[in-house]
Design a protein around this ligand. Structure first.
Ligand SMILES: [Zn+2]
Length: 180
């Protein structure tokens, strides 16, 4: 950020009074522009033991498989965001059953939240951000072609135990696959 969105003056980096880290601050009107983590919300949709994955039609990770999910919009809740993304990317109408994973991806300042979801009927189609949408039996998950480490971790933990007593809450400091 170079110019203030309030008064168009130059932005400088300094520690505000009473704070302990550098922020973007307007040199004239002193508005502080905080930068904080962004939330990605998605679902792990299951139909008769098979998992719905989307092949990405957009960068990053074009051509790799992912669970449906994306950045939350302002004024919506996490579940609403996850359902909206599932509809946009997979044209699938699912019912959320529980929070499954909440992963802080520290090096890119994101939090990825995945909900377990029931896909009542095998009805889905590629949205504009997907090349292909398919149901995968656990043995057929394309581990070598998954888009993100958060998706891989969520799938591995789900297959280990589809009904954990608590959601999985953890951090990772990369978002590439561990197999790469
Ligand atoms: Zn300003």
């Amino acid at each position: 950020m170079k110019y203030c969105s309030q008064c168009a003056s130059i932005i400088e980096r300094r520690i505000p009074e009473g704070d302990n880290r550098e922020r973007d601050i307007c040199s004239v009107c002193n508005t502080i522009f905080y930068s904080n983590p962004r939330i990605v919300a998605g679902t792990l949709p299951v139909y008769q033991g098979k998992i719905l994955l989307c092949k990405r039609a957009i960068e990053p990770r074009l051509g790799y498989w992912t669970l449906p999910g994306g950045f939350m919009e302002n004024d919506e809740g996490t579940e609403q965001a996850a359902l909206r993304e599932t509809w946009e990317e997979a044209h699938a109408e699912v019912t959320i059953t529980s929070l499954f994973s909440m992963i802080s991806v520290t090096h890119i300042s994101q939090v990825h939240v995945f909900f377990l979801a029931d896909l009542p009927r095998p009805e889905f189609a590629s949205g504009p951000e997907s090349l292909q949408v398919e149901l995968f039996a656990p043995a057929d998950i394309p581990w070598q072609s998954l888009a993100f480490a958060t998706v891989e971790q969520t799938l591995r933990r789900y297959l280990d135990n589809p009904n954990p007593p608590q959601p999985h809450i953890f951090n990772i400091s990369r978002n590439q696959l561990s197999s790469e």
